[in-house]
Design a binder for this molecule. Sequence first.
Ligand SMILES: [Zn+2]
Length: 157
Amino acid sequence: MTDIQCLDEVTIQAIIDGEETDISLTKHLDNCPACQGLKKQVAELVKTSDGLRIDADLPPEFYENLMDRIEVRPFPIALLAAVLFGLVLFSAYFLNPGYITWWFTVGITHQVGLIFDIFFDLLVLSQALGPLSVITVLTALVAIEVLILNKLRVMEG
Ligand SMILES: [Zn+2]
């Protein structure tokens, strides 16, 4: 029965999960008391961690504390948004340089102003509401890019 080495927890877990089907391993597991014992331990551990996962309700303060901790540092969010906005502009330029060049040379300044107004409103919003609104900022930036490209296409065509 010691023709192969005893199994480790990972292998035993894989056998329990049905991921490991090597007959020499399963045969060893069935016939080796040491591995049987380990299998029992692994099974117990899985049961315990399953139980913990169900019982471990996070206290409501956890999220408040998390929000507080993140909200003390609004600058990285603003920086992130600025970088993202830059990337959006860059990608628009990269996709079709003509659009951005045309956009700037024709000088639709009120549209540029509007977009930057929206951008900074979003920044203020993201600082007020916390990290969740970064997703909103992201979505809005994508929407703005689509809006810009659509507008330019319509005006150009
Ligand atoms: Zn063994």
